[in-house]
Design a protein around this ligand. Structure first.
Ligand SMILES: Nc1ncnc2c1ncn2[C@@H]1O[C@H](COP(=O)(O)OP(=O)(O)OP(=O)(O)O)[C@@H](O)[C@H]1O
Ligand code: SF4
Ligand SMILES: [Mg+2]
Length: 437
Protein backbone atom coordinates (compact mmCIF):
# COMPACT_ATOMS: atom_id res chain seq x y z
CA UNK A 1 0.00 0.00 0.00
CA UNK A 2 1.41 3.32 -1.02
CA UNK A 3 1.39 6.09 1.51
CA UNK A 4 2.22 8.79 -1.00
CA UNK A 5 -0.19 11.71 -1.02
CA UNK A 6 -2.47 11.47 -3.97
CA UNK A 7 -1.98 7.75 -4.22
CA UNK A 8 -5.50 7.28 -5.52
CA UNK A 9 -6.35 9.19 -8.65
CA UNK A 10 -9.10 11.71 -7.96
CA UNK A 11 -12.48 10.94 -9.43
CA UNK A 12 -12.51 12.80 -12.75
CA UNK A 13 -14.57 15.99 -12.86
CA UNK A 14 -18.15 15.20 -13.75
CA UNK A 15 -17.70 11.66 -12.59
CA UNK A 16 -20.17 9.13 -13.85
CA UNK A 17 -23.67 9.12 -12.55
CA UNK A 18 -26.95 7.66 -13.53
CA UNK A 19 -28.43 11.15 -13.46
CA UNK A 20 -27.71 13.54 -16.28
CA UNK A 21 -27.38 16.56 -14.01
CA UNK A 22 -24.97 14.82 -11.73
CA UNK A 23 -22.53 14.10 -14.53
CA UNK A 24 -21.98 17.78 -15.31
CA UNK A 25 -22.56 19.57 -12.01
CA UNK A 26 -19.98 20.62 -9.49
CA UNK A 27 -19.84 18.12 -6.63
CA UNK A 28 -21.70 18.98 -3.45
CA UNK A 29 -19.10 17.00 -1.56
CA UNK A 30 -15.62 16.51 -2.91
CA UNK A 31 -13.47 14.19 -0.83
CA UNK A 32 -9.87 14.23 -2.04
CA UNK A 33 -6.85 12.21 -0.92
CA UNK A 34 -8.54 11.76 2.46
CA UNK A 35 -6.93 9.64 5.16
CA UNK A 36 -8.06 8.79 8.69
CA UNK A 37 -6.30 6.61 11.25
CA UNK A 38 -7.12 5.43 14.74
CA UNK A 39 -4.18 5.75 17.11
CA UNK A 40 -3.94 2.60 19.20
CA UNK A 41 -1.27 1.14 21.45
CA UNK A 42 -0.69 -1.50 18.79
CA UNK A 43 -0.08 1.10 16.08
CA UNK A 44 -2.14 3.29 13.79
CA UNK A 45 -5.21 1.62 12.25
CA UNK A 46 -5.28 3.02 8.71
CA UNK A 47 -9.05 2.95 8.39
CA UNK A 48 -9.28 5.35 5.43
CA UNK A 49 -6.29 5.69 3.18
CA UNK A 50 -6.02 8.28 0.39
CA UNK A 51 -9.65 8.11 -0.67
CA UNK A 52 -11.14 10.26 -3.44
CA UNK A 53 -14.88 10.45 -3.93
CA UNK A 54 -17.11 13.17 -5.38
CA UNK A 55 -20.84 13.28 -4.68
CA UNK A 56 -22.91 15.37 -7.09
CA UNK A 57 -26.22 17.16 -6.48
CA UNK A 58 -29.10 14.72 -6.38
CA UNK A 59 -26.81 11.75 -6.92
CA UNK A 60 -26.95 8.49 -4.97
CA UNK A 61 -23.54 6.97 -4.33
CA UNK A 62 -23.53 3.55 -2.77
CA UNK A 63 -20.53 2.70 -0.61
CA UNK A 64 -20.08 -1.03 -0.24
CA UNK A 65 -17.51 -3.17 1.48
CA UNK A 66 -17.03 -5.76 4.18
CA UNK A 67 -17.34 -4.96 7.85
CA UNK A 68 -14.29 -2.99 8.96
CA UNK A 69 -13.40 -1.73 5.47
CA UNK A 70 -13.69 1.91 6.63
CA UNK A 71 -17.10 2.97 5.28
CA UNK A 72 -18.36 4.68 8.45
CA UNK A 73 -14.96 6.16 9.17
CA UNK A 74 -14.91 7.74 5.72
CA UNK A 75 -18.40 9.22 6.12
CA UNK A 76 -18.03 10.43 9.71
CA UNK A 77 -14.46 11.58 9.14
CA UNK A 78 -15.59 13.70 6.19
CA UNK A 79 -18.10 15.41 8.53
CA UNK A 80 -15.50 15.71 11.31
CA UNK A 81 -17.65 13.61 13.60
CA UNK A 82 -14.93 11.27 14.81
CA UNK A 83 -13.42 11.52 18.26
CA UNK A 84 -9.93 10.51 19.39
CA UNK A 85 -8.24 8.13 18.92
CA UNK A 86 -9.32 8.97 15.35
CA UNK A 87 -7.06 11.46 13.58
CA UNK A 88 -7.47 12.92 10.12
CA UNK A 89 -4.09 12.37 8.55
CA UNK A 90 -4.58 14.40 5.41
CA UNK A 91 -6.64 15.34 2.42
CA UNK A 92 -9.46 17.70 1.71
CA UNK A 93 -13.26 17.64 2.01
CA UNK A 94 -14.95 20.45 0.12
CA UNK A 95 -18.64 21.24 0.42
CA UNK A 96 -20.61 23.41 -1.98
CA UNK A 97 -24.39 23.79 -2.05
CA UNK A 98 -27.32 26.09 -2.76
CA UNK A 99 -26.71 27.97 0.48
CA UNK A 100 -22.92 27.73 0.03
CA UNK A 101 -22.24 28.78 -3.57
CA UNK A 102 -18.52 28.94 -2.85
CA UNK A 103 -16.80 25.75 -1.76
CA UNK A 104 -15.89 25.50 1.91
CA UNK A 105 -13.16 23.27 3.27
CA UNK A 106 -14.79 21.15 5.95
CA UNK A 107 -11.44 20.18 7.43
CA UNK A 108 -10.63 23.84 8.15
CA UNK A 109 -13.91 24.83 9.79
CA UNK A 110 -14.03 26.02 13.40
CA UNK A 111 -16.83 24.68 15.64
CA UNK A 112 -19.20 27.45 14.51
CA UNK A 113 -18.50 26.70 10.85
CA UNK A 114 -19.08 23.00 11.45
CA UNK A 115 -22.37 23.70 13.19
CA UNK A 116 -23.56 25.56 10.10
CA UNK A 117 -22.72 22.59 7.90
CA UNK A 118 -23.84 19.67 10.00
CA UNK A 119 -27.47 18.72 9.75
CA UNK A 120 -28.42 21.91 7.86
CA UNK A 121 -26.29 20.92 4.85
CA UNK A 122 -25.13 17.39 5.56
CA UNK A 123 -27.41 15.18 7.63
CA UNK A 124 -26.71 11.66 8.79
CA UNK A 125 -28.93 8.69 9.43
CA UNK A 126 -26.73 6.75 11.82
CA UNK A 127 -26.01 3.03 11.78
CA UNK A 128 -28.27 2.24 14.74
CA UNK A 129 -31.48 4.22 15.19
CA UNK A 130 -31.98 2.97 18.75
CA UNK A 131 -28.61 4.33 19.83
CA UNK A 132 -28.89 7.53 17.83
CA UNK A 133 -32.25 8.62 19.25
CA UNK A 134 -32.46 10.07 22.73
CA UNK A 135 -34.25 7.47 24.88
CA UNK A 136 -35.71 9.99 27.34
CA UNK A 137 -37.27 12.40 24.85
CA UNK A 138 -40.36 11.73 22.81
CA UNK A 139 -40.37 11.97 19.03
CA UNK A 140 -41.97 15.42 18.90
CA UNK A 141 -39.37 16.91 21.28
CA UNK A 142 -36.49 15.39 19.34
CA UNK A 143 -37.78 16.71 16.01
CA UNK A 144 -38.47 20.15 17.51
CA UNK A 145 -35.00 20.15 18.99
CA UNK A 146 -33.38 19.79 15.57
CA UNK A 147 -35.63 22.38 13.97
CA UNK A 148 -35.15 24.96 16.72
CA UNK A 149 -31.41 24.41 16.74
CA UNK A 150 -30.89 24.80 13.01
CA UNK A 151 -33.78 26.82 11.56
CA UNK A 152 -35.17 30.20 12.48
CA UNK A 153 -38.87 29.41 12.72
CA UNK A 154 -41.63 30.54 15.05
CA UNK A 155 -43.01 27.97 17.49
CA UNK A 156 -46.10 27.49 15.31
CA UNK A 157 -44.01 27.05 12.16
CA UNK A 158 -41.75 24.56 13.95
CA UNK A 159 -44.76 22.51 15.10
CA UNK A 160 -46.17 22.61 11.59
CA UNK A 161 -42.81 21.39 10.25
CA UNK A 162 -42.77 18.52 12.75
CA UNK A 163 -46.23 17.48 11.55
CA UNK A 164 -45.28 17.60 7.90
CA UNK A 165 -42.06 15.66 8.54
CA UNK A 166 -43.85 12.89 10.37
CA UNK A 167 -46.41 12.75 7.54
CA UNK A 168 -43.56 12.60 5.05
CA UNK A 169 -42.22 9.40 6.57
CA UNK A 170 -45.71 7.91 6.96
CA UNK A 171 -45.88 7.74 10.74
CA UNK A 172 -49.24 8.64 12.33
CA UNK A 173 -49.08 11.98 14.12
CA UNK A 174 -50.38 10.25 17.25
CA UNK A 175 -46.93 8.62 17.57
CA UNK A 176 -45.21 11.97 18.05
CA UNK A 177 -45.65 11.57 21.80
CA UNK A 178 -44.04 8.12 21.79
CA UNK A 179 -40.56 7.47 23.15
CA UNK A 180 -38.05 5.55 21.02
CA UNK A 181 -38.51 2.30 22.96
CA UNK A 182 -42.24 2.41 22.19
CA UNK A 183 -41.61 2.36 18.44
CA UNK A 184 -40.85 -0.54 16.15
CA UNK A 185 -37.40 -0.69 14.53
CA UNK A 186 -38.87 0.49 11.23
CA UNK A 187 -40.59 3.46 12.88
CA UNK A 188 -37.41 4.43 14.71
CA UNK A 189 -35.53 4.38 11.44
CA UNK A 190 -38.24 6.52 9.83
CA UNK A 191 -37.98 8.99 12.70
CA UNK A 192 -34.22 9.16 12.06
CA UNK A 193 -34.92 9.86 8.39
CA UNK A 194 -37.45 12.56 9.32
CA UNK A 195 -34.87 14.14 11.61
CA UNK A 196 -32.27 14.04 8.86
CA UNK A 197 -34.65 15.76 6.44
CA UNK A 198 -35.84 18.35 8.98
CA UNK A 199 -33.54 21.07 7.68
CA UNK A 200 -33.81 20.33 3.95
CA UNK A 201 -30.16 19.23 3.67
CA UNK A 202 -28.25 18.93 0.41
CA UNK A 203 -26.69 15.64 1.44
CA UNK A 204 -28.02 12.78 3.50
CA UNK A 205 -25.50 10.19 4.61
CA UNK A 206 -27.24 6.93 5.36
CA UNK A 207 -25.11 4.46 7.26
CA UNK A 208 -26.71 1.03 7.01
CA UNK A 209 -30.13 2.61 7.58
CA UNK A 210 -32.03 -0.62 7.12
CA UNK A 211 -29.62 -3.40 8.06
CA UNK A 212 -31.28 -4.22 11.38
CA UNK A 213 -34.76 -4.41 9.85
CA UNK A 214 -36.61 -7.32 8.33
CA UNK A 215 -36.61 -7.27 4.56
CA UNK A 216 -40.23 -6.23 4.12
CA UNK A 217 -39.78 -3.14 6.31
CA UNK A 218 -36.36 -2.63 4.74
CA UNK A 219 -37.87 -2.53 1.29
CA UNK A 220 -40.64 -0.19 2.39
CA UNK A 221 -38.15 2.25 3.86
CA UNK A 222 -35.89 2.09 0.81
CA UNK A 223 -38.83 2.80 -1.48
CA UNK A 224 -39.68 5.73 0.76
CA UNK A 225 -36.11 7.05 0.63
CA UNK A 226 -36.21 6.92 -3.17
CA UNK A 227 -39.54 8.76 -3.19
CA UNK A 228 -38.31 11.43 -0.77
CA UNK A 229 -35.17 11.93 -2.80
CA UNK A 230 -37.31 12.45 -5.91
CA UNK A 231 -39.42 15.03 -4.07
CA UNK A 232 -36.67 16.88 -2.24
CA UNK A 233 -33.65 16.37 -4.51
CA UNK A 234 -30.95 15.72 -1.90
CA UNK A 235 -27.85 13.67 -2.68
CA UNK A 236 -27.27 10.44 -0.78
CA UNK A 237 -24.18 8.62 0.34
CA UNK A 238 -25.67 5.22 1.10
CA UNK A 239 -23.49 2.86 3.09
CA UNK A 240 -24.22 -0.84 3.23
CA UNK A 241 -22.73 -4.30 3.22
CA UNK A 242 -25.33 -5.26 0.67
CA UNK A 243 -24.00 -4.69 -2.82
CA UNK A 244 -27.13 -6.20 -4.39
CA UNK A 245 -29.21 -3.46 -2.80
CA UNK A 246 -26.92 -0.75 -4.14
CA UNK A 247 -27.19 -2.08 -7.66
CA UNK A 248 -30.83 -1.05 -7.53
CA UNK A 249 -30.63 2.06 -5.45
CA UNK A 250 -27.44 3.87 -6.46
CA UNK A 251 -26.41 5.88 -9.49
CA UNK A 252 -22.78 5.03 -8.79
CA UNK A 253 -21.23 2.41 -6.57
CA UNK A 254 -17.89 2.77 -4.78
CA UNK A 255 -16.39 -0.47 -3.47
CA UNK A 256 -14.14 -0.16 -0.44
CA UNK A 257 -11.58 -2.65 0.79
CA UNK A 258 -9.10 -2.24 3.64
CA UNK A 259 -9.56 1.52 3.82
CA UNK A 260 -9.18 2.08 0.06
CA UNK A 261 -11.61 2.47 -2.78
CA UNK A 262 -10.90 -0.37 -5.17
CA UNK A 263 -13.52 0.24 -7.85
CA UNK A 264 -15.98 3.02 -8.73
CA UNK A 265 -18.50 2.91 -11.54
CA UNK A 266 -22.14 3.28 -12.37
CA UNK A 267 -24.39 0.64 -10.86
CA UNK A 268 -24.65 -0.94 -14.32
CA UNK A 269 -20.88 -1.02 -14.79
CA UNK A 270 -20.34 -2.52 -11.37
CA UNK A 271 -23.07 -5.07 -11.97
CA UNK A 272 -22.28 -6.16 -15.50
CA UNK A 273 -18.68 -5.07 -16.15
CA UNK A 274 -17.02 -5.28 -12.77
CA UNK A 275 -13.26 -5.19 -13.09
CA UNK A 276 -11.76 -5.51 -9.64
CA UNK A 277 -11.52 -9.09 -8.35
CA UNK A 278 -12.92 -8.01 -4.97
CA UNK A 279 -16.02 -6.57 -6.65
CA UNK A 280 -16.34 -9.71 -8.72
CA UNK A 281 -16.10 -11.72 -5.52
CA UNK A 282 -18.85 -9.68 -3.86
CA UNK A 283 -21.08 -10.12 -6.88
CA UNK A 284 -20.38 -13.82 -6.81
CA UNK A 285 -21.49 -13.98 -3.19
CA UNK A 286 -25.19 -13.69 -3.95
CA UNK A 287 -27.29 -15.58 -6.48
CA UNK A 288 -28.60 -14.22 -9.76
CA UNK A 289 -32.33 -14.12 -10.40
CA UNK A 290 -31.84 -14.78 -14.09
CA UNK A 291 -29.24 -16.93 -15.79
CA UNK A 292 -28.02 -20.37 -14.90
CA UNK A 293 -27.87 -21.63 -11.35
CA UNK A 294 -24.34 -21.48 -10.04
CA UNK A 295 -22.45 -22.21 -6.89
CA UNK A 296 -21.97 -19.14 -4.70
CA UNK A 297 -18.26 -18.82 -4.25
CA UNK A 298 -17.90 -16.06 -1.62
CA UNK A 299 -14.45 -14.73 -0.71
CA UNK A 300 -12.57 -16.94 1.74
CA UNK A 301 -10.43 -15.24 4.38
CA UNK A 302 -10.76 -11.78 5.87
CA UNK A 303 -9.37 -8.32 5.15
CA UNK A 304 -5.83 -7.58 6.34
CA UNK A 305 -4.93 -5.98 9.66
CA UNK A 306 -5.20 -2.25 9.00
CA UNK A 307 -2.32 -1.58 11.43
CA UNK A 308 0.07 -3.51 9.32
CA UNK A 309 -0.90 -3.45 5.68
CA UNK A 310 1.16 -5.52 3.26
CA UNK A 311 2.92 -3.71 0.40
CA UNK A 312 1.02 -3.45 -2.86
CA UNK A 313 -2.50 -4.72 -3.17
CA UNK A 314 -4.21 -5.43 0.19
CA UNK A 315 -6.44 -8.03 -1.47
CA UNK A 316 -3.49 -10.20 -2.53
CA UNK A 317 -3.80 -12.78 0.25
CA UNK A 318 -7.36 -13.56 -0.87
CA UNK A 319 -7.11 -13.06 -4.62
CA UNK A 320 -7.00 -16.04 -6.97
CA UNK A 321 -5.57 -13.82 -9.73
CA UNK A 322 -2.72 -12.58 -7.54
CA UNK A 323 0.94 -12.73 -8.60
CA UNK A 324 4.20 -11.34 -7.26
CA UNK A 325 3.63 -8.23 -9.39
CA UNK A 326 0.68 -7.35 -7.14
CA UNK A 327 3.09 -6.52 -4.32
CA UNK A 328 4.38 -3.61 -6.36
CA UNK A 329 1.19 -1.79 -7.32
CA UNK A 330 0.40 1.57 -5.77
CA UNK A 331 -3.43 1.25 -5.62
CA UNK A 332 -4.10 4.22 -7.90
CA UNK A 333 -7.61 4.19 -9.25
CA UNK A 334 -7.27 4.19 -13.04
CA UNK A 335 -9.79 3.78 -15.86
CA UNK A 336 -10.59 0.16 -16.64
CA UNK A 337 -8.38 -0.52 -19.66
CA UNK A 338 -11.06 -2.08 -21.85
CA UNK A 339 -13.95 0.17 -20.76
CA UNK A 340 -15.45 2.80 -23.02
CA UNK A 341 -16.19 5.06 -20.05
CA UNK A 342 -13.02 6.45 -18.44
CA UNK A 343 -15.03 7.19 -15.31
CA UNK A 344 -15.24 3.48 -14.55
CA UNK A 345 -12.10 3.13 -12.44
CA UNK A 346 -10.35 0.27 -10.68
CA UNK A 347 -7.31 -0.19 -8.46
CA UNK A 348 -6.36 -3.52 -10.08
CA UNK A 349 -4.25 -3.08 -13.22
CA UNK A 350 -4.25 -6.79 -14.05
CA UNK A 351 -7.87 -7.95 -14.26
CA UNK A 352 -10.49 -6.74 -16.74
CA UNK A 353 -14.26 -7.23 -16.86
CA UNK A 354 -13.78 -9.89 -19.54
CA UNK A 355 -11.01 -11.76 -17.69
CA UNK A 356 -12.40 -15.26 -17.06
CA UNK A 357 -13.18 -16.22 -13.49
CA UNK A 358 -10.76 -18.76 -12.07
CA UNK A 359 -12.36 -22.13 -11.33
CA UNK A 360 -13.82 -21.85 -7.84
CA UNK A 361 -14.21 -18.07 -7.95
CA UNK A 362 -11.99 -15.07 -7.42
CA UNK A 363 -11.11 -15.96 -3.83
CA UNK A 364 -8.25 -18.20 -2.78
CA UNK A 365 -9.36 -21.30 -0.92
CA UNK A 366 -6.16 -21.10 1.14
CA UNK A 367 -6.76 -17.45 1.97
CA UNK A 368 -6.78 -17.84 5.73
CA UNK A 369 -3.61 -19.89 5.71
CA UNK A 370 -2.05 -17.45 3.26
CA UNK A 371 -2.09 -14.71 5.84
CA UNK A 372 -5.56 -13.19 5.84
CA UNK A 373 -6.51 -13.59 9.49
CA UNK A 374 -9.94 -14.79 10.46
CA UNK A 375 -12.07 -11.90 11.69
CA UNK A 376 -12.47 -13.13 15.24
CA UNK A 377 -8.70 -13.41 15.64
CA UNK A 378 -8.17 -9.69 15.06
CA UNK A 379 -8.21 -8.02 18.40
CA UNK A 380 -7.11 -4.69 19.67
CA UNK A 381 -4.04 -5.65 21.68
CA UNK A 382 -4.36 -2.57 23.88
CA UNK A 383 -7.91 -3.18 24.95
CA UNK A 384 -7.98 -6.93 24.67
CA UNK A 385 -11.33 -6.74 22.94
CA UNK A 386 -12.29 -6.98 19.28
CA UNK A 387 -11.44 -3.76 17.46
CA UNK A 388 -14.49 -1.53 17.23
CA UNK A 389 -16.31 -1.76 13.95
CA UNK A 390 -15.55 -5.41 13.39
CA UNK A 391 -18.64 -7.51 13.55
CA UNK A 392 -18.81 -10.06 16.29
CA UNK A 393 -18.57 -13.50 14.73
CA UNK A 394 -21.92 -14.49 13.34
CA UNK A 395 -23.56 -11.07 13.60
CA UNK A 396 -22.74 -9.32 10.36
CA UNK A 397 -21.11 -11.47 7.77
CA UNK A 398 -19.42 -10.51 4.56
CA UNK A 399 -21.11 -8.40 1.98
CA UNK A 400 -24.27 -9.90 0.62
CA UNK A 401 -25.13 -11.94 3.66
CA UNK A 402 -27.54 -9.36 4.97
CA UNK A 403 -29.66 -10.67 2.14
CA UNK A 404 -30.81 -8.92 -0.97
CA UNK A 405 -34.28 -7.52 -1.24
CA UNK A 406 -37.20 -9.79 -2.06
CA UNK A 407 -39.23 -9.33 -5.19
CA UNK A 408 -42.35 -11.10 -4.07
CA UNK A 409 -44.37 -9.13 -1.54
CA UNK A 410 -45.49 -5.61 -2.18
CA UNK A 411 -43.60 -2.46 -1.32
CA UNK A 412 -45.76 0.46 -0.28
CA UNK A 413 -48.79 -1.36 -1.57
CA UNK A 414 -47.34 -1.95 -5.03
CA UNK A 415 -46.32 -5.34 -6.30
CA UNK A 416 -43.22 -5.08 -8.46
CA UNK A 417 -43.45 -6.83 -11.78
CA UNK A 418 -41.46 -10.06 -12.18
CA UNK A 419 -37.83 -9.21 -12.85
CA UNK A 420 -38.27 -5.78 -11.37
CA UNK A 421 -36.60 -4.96 -8.09
CA UNK A 422 -38.42 -3.77 -5.00
CA UNK A 423 -37.57 -0.18 -5.83
CA UNK A 424 -39.12 -0.58 -9.25
CA UNK A 425 -35.77 -0.89 -11.02
CA UNK A 426 -35.22 -3.83 -13.37
CA UNK A 427 -32.55 -6.09 -12.02
CA UNK A 428 -31.39 -9.61 -12.01
CA UNK A 429 -29.93 -9.95 -8.58
CA UNK A 430 -31.44 -12.61 -6.50
CA UNK A 431 -34.06 -11.92 -4.07
CA UNK A 432 -35.94 -14.71 -2.53
CA UNK A 433 -33.35 -15.77 0.01
CA UNK A 434 -33.82 -12.43 1.79
CA UNK A 435 -37.49 -13.16 2.39
CA UNK A 436 -36.58 -15.87 4.84
CA UNK A 437 -34.87 -13.44 7.16
N1 LIG B 1 -12.09 3.60 18.01
C1 LIG B 1 -11.38 2.79 17.23
N2 LIG B 1 -10.15 2.39 17.58
C2 LIG B 1 -9.41 1.58 16.79
N3 LIG B 1 -9.83 1.11 15.59
C3 LIG B 1 -11.05 1.47 15.19
C4 LIG B 1 -11.89 2.33 15.96
N4 LIG B 1 -13.06 2.49 15.29
C5 LIG B 1 -12.95 1.78 14.14
N5 LIG B 1 -11.74 1.17 14.09
C6 LIG B 1 -11.24 0.33 12.99
O1 LIG B 1 -11.31 1.08 11.80
C7 LIG B 1 -11.65 0.22 10.72
C8 LIG B 1 -12.82 0.80 9.97
O2 LIG B 1 -13.96 0.77 10.81
P1 LIG B 1 -15.39 1.27 10.30
O3 LIG B 1 -16.29 1.24 11.46
O4 LIG B 1 -15.20 2.54 9.57
O5 LIG B 1 -15.75 0.13 9.25
P2 LIG B 1 -17.11 -0.13 8.48
O6 LIG B 1 -16.74 -0.42 7.07
O7 LIG B 1 -18.04 1.00 8.72
O8 LIG B 1 -17.62 -1.46 9.17
P3 LIG B 1 -19.14 -1.94 9.45
O9 LIG B 1 -19.66 -2.37 8.13
O10 LIG B 1 -18.95 -3.07 10.41
O11 LIG B 1 -19.90 -0.79 10.04
C9 LIG B 1 -11.92 -1.15 11.32
O12 LIG B 1 -10.80 -1.95 11.12
C10 LIG B 1 -12.12 -0.87 12.77
O13 LIG B 1 -11.69 -1.96 13.51
S1 SF4 C 1 -4.87 -9.37 -9.34
FE1 SF4 C 1 -3.37 -8.51 -7.94
S2 SF4 C 1 -3.71 -6.31 -7.95
FE2 SF4 C 1 -5.52 -7.26 -8.81
S3 SF4 C 1 -6.88 -7.50 -7.05
FE3 SF4 C 1 -5.76 -9.43 -7.29
S4 SF4 C 1 -4.04 -9.19 -5.90
FE4 SF4 C 1 -4.86 -7.16 -6.23
MG1 LIG D 1 -19.92 1.12 9.65
Amino acid sequence: MSTQPGAQTPTPPGAASGTGSASTATPVLDIADFSVAYRTAGGDVHAVDHVNLALHPGEVIGLAGESGSGKSTLAYGACRLLRPPAVIRGGSVRYQGRRFPRPVEVLEQDPEGLRALRWREIAIVFQSAMNALNPVLNVRTQLLDVIEEHLRLSKEEAVERVNSLIDLVSIPRSRLKSYPHELSGGMRQRVMIAMALATDPEIVIMDEPTTALDVVVQRDILAQIVELKKQLGFAILFITHDLSLLLELADRVAVMYAGRLVEVGTARQIHHESAHPYTKGLLNSFPSLRGPRRELAGIPGSPPDLRNLPPGCPFLARCAYGTEACREIDMDLAPVASASDPRHVTACPFVLPETPLPAGGVGRRDAVAAGAPAREERRDPAAGIPIAGLAAPGTAGPVGTTGPLPVGPKANGVHPAPGVGPLGVPHDVATDQGAEQ
